[in-house]
Design a protein around this ligand. Structure first.
Ligand code: NOJ
Ligand code: MG
Length: 593
């Protein structure tokens, strides 16, 4: 046999050996409950739509835009807090868990919202924030003056000495986690701002107060429409009443029974999750928010003995990837979740939220479609923060205009890097004043000037290639059986080019290819054994020159910089064809020699 034949033979063998990695085997129960394959659309009520011209979004604003969710293809929305609050931490400082904040509307507006959403087939999830209350909450006022029964609703400790807090734990906003109250001559613990005292979950009464309590109309969450809402997102579910960090060497531990080790114990809130999960009527969903390491995250799924949530948010695309991440790094992040997720559970993919820079800003405007396609293509639940579907970038907010206490309580020089106001600026509806968000003279955060060139109205025009149109198509595509039940195969095609397939017996195979790099790159899909010959484009990113219906040869595709494509091919038949082709070539080669 000539050297050339040997090379051909070797290449064929190699080709048949390199196979994309199966990282998820698919699930026949992937849709046996409504939330398992849904896309949760996070509405940030302050910035979504203002109906009364006060510059702050509200419930009637949301009601007026429900049809938009339908048009986008959304069937489930999750609202950031609308409970009564002085608004120090944008509503995450709740002064009455049982009522709607009047800035957003009334309880009857809320009822109308739920009714209207349900009529349109949209599920509504509420935030539930058990970790802390507002310092204005009546419980804190009662606890502060040691009213009998309320003394231990919060975490009170004597100072280390007359001028020093109990220990040197820091709040998440970088100053002491302890605040002195003269009435008690004691400090209270707060993981976030001083306006957000942590509730003491070691007090059974507090646990009882915060339980769902189906049979007691006065219990916390019950009041906020448990009969009507479709689930809860339990925020800060990690460490109710415990420390997040400490400042070098620990001091003063002898004054407090909360130890650092205890501070790492997520068990403190499992009781609540369990309670919610078991008491929530059957079809309601419970998700949890906690930025933890992967092992701790997984505890929120529960285990054989402890009921957890239905799913903890997967923030690793946010925390572990960046603009320059390679295809390999992104794929590792995706694999990590599947490797750790206990069997029988559902994965989820979050690209952004009100605490993190906008996707367009963090990962590149040019990559917006690629990332939206990626999370929609992966198995399980996808999460969209309002505005990501039109590729909104971070807004412009000055130090004077800033609202986020996490930044405003710090140094002006840190504002740009620390503030979360940039990702919270109002939604860009159209090209009119205030981007169509509000008719007011002033909005709570400034509307980004970028709305003039990037808004929903512009992106919705017929025939325009836009992020929104890509998003709409994705929501339709997610209804395909292959994308619901199919397995997931992943492959690094080049340093910055990744590809996934979703495959399901007897159905079309879908392939997603994303070049997130700055150069066009030639790739081959030969490692996906279910693909061969040509595939047909079903969706392409705004910056792609490919159109629906174009055919691509799996042997060689030139992916432009930042281009993303979803294509499909007939499966099964092609798998066999591929193997037979290789065998045929080998037989022919041997016969010739
Ligand atoms: C979680 C929320 O996402 C964040 O915005 C808030 O600052 C903290 N909880 C504290 O309330
Ligand atoms: Mg308003």
């Amino acid at each position: 046999m000539s050297v050339l034949k040997l090379v051909i033979l070797f290449t064929c063998l190699l080709h048949s050996l390199i196979e994309a990695e199966v990282v998820y085997n698919g699930s026949s129960t992937a849709k046996d409950d409504w939330w398992k394959h849904t896309t949760f659309y996070q509405i940030y009520p302050r910035s979504f739509k203002d109906s009364d011209g006060d510059g702050l979004g509200d419930l009637n604003g949301i009601i007026s835009k429900l049809q938009y969710l339908v048009d986008a293809g959304i069937t489930a929305t999750w609202l950031s807090p609308i409970s009564k609050s002085p608004g120090v931490d944008a509503g995450y400082d709740i002064s009455d868990f049982r009522d709607i904040d009047e800035k957003f509307g009334t309880m009857s507006d809320f009822d109308r919202l739920i009714k209207a959403a349900h009529e349109l087939g949209i599920k509504v999830i509420l935030d539930f924030v058990p970790n802390h209350a507002s310092y204005q909450h009546v419980w804190f006022q009662l606890s502060k003056n040691r009213t009998k029964g309320y003394e231990d609703y919060f975490i009170w400790k004597k100072g280390y000495n007359s001028t020093t807090p109990p220990n040197n734990w820091l709040s998440r906003f970088d100053y002491s986690a302890w605040e002195y109250v003269a009435e008690r001559d004691e400090y209270y613990y707060h993981q976030f701002t001083t306006s957000q005292p942590d509730l003491n979950f070691r007090n059974p009464k507090v646990v009882q107060e915060m339980k769902l309590g189906n049979h007691d109309r006065d219990r916390v969450a019950t009041r906020l429409g448990v009969e009507n809402v479709d689930g809860y997102n339990m925020m800060v579910a990690f460490l109710p009443g415990t420390a997040v960090t400490y400042n070098g060497e620990e001091i003063g531990m002898e004054n407090g029974e909360v130890t650092w080790e205890e501070g790492q114990d997520p068990g403190a809130c499992n009781g609540l999750e369990s309670d919610f999960k078991t008491k929530l009527p059957f079809h309601r969903v419970l998700m949890t928010e906690a930025y933890s390491n992967i092992s701790v995250d997984m505890l929120h799924y529960g285990n054989g003995t402890v009921e957890g949530a239905h799913f903890p948010f997967n923030f690793f695309i946010i925390t572990d990837t960046e603009y320059n991440s390679t295809a390999n790094e992104i794929i590792s992040v995706i694999k990590k979740w599947f490797q750790h997720m206990p069997s029988g559970h559902v994965s989820n993919w979050v690209l952004g939220n009100h605490d993190r820079d906008r996707v367009a800003t963090r990962l590149g405007v040019e990559n917006v479609d690629g990332y939206n396609m990626m999370v929609a293509f992966l198995p399980g639940i996808a999460v969209t923060y309002n505005g990501e579907e039109i590729g909104m970038e971070n807004g412009e907010v000055t130090w004077e205009e800033g609202q986020d206490p996490g930044a405003c309580n710090g140094l002006e020089s840190d504002f740009k890097t620390v503030s979360r106001d940039f990702e919270r600026t109002p939604f860009h509806w159209d090209s009119s004043v205030n981007a169509g968000f509000s008719t007011g003279n002033k909005t709570w955060l400034p509307v980004s000037s970028k709305y003039k060139t990037n808004n929903l109205e512009l992106q919705s025009k017929d025939g325009v290639k836009s992020h929104f149109h890509v998003y709409q198509d994705l929501m339709k595509l997610r209804k395909e059986d292959t994308l619901i039940y199919g397995n997931l195969n992943v492959e690094v095609l080049a340093t910055y080019v990744l590809a996934f397939t979703r495959e399901l017996d007897g159905n079309d195979t879908y392939v997603f290819i994303f070049n997130k790099g700055n150069y066009s790159t030639s790739v081959s899909l030969s490692s996906f054994k279910s693909l061969s010959g040509n595939v047909t484009v079903v969706l392409s990113s705004t910056n792609s020159s490919r159109n629906k219906g174009d055919t691509l040869s799996t042997a060689s595709i030139i992916m432009d910089a930042h281009e993303a494509i979803i294509a499909k091919s007939r499966s099964n038949v092609s798998v066999c064809w591929n193997i037979y082709t290789i065998l045929l070539i080998m037989v022919l080669l041997f016969r010739i020699s």
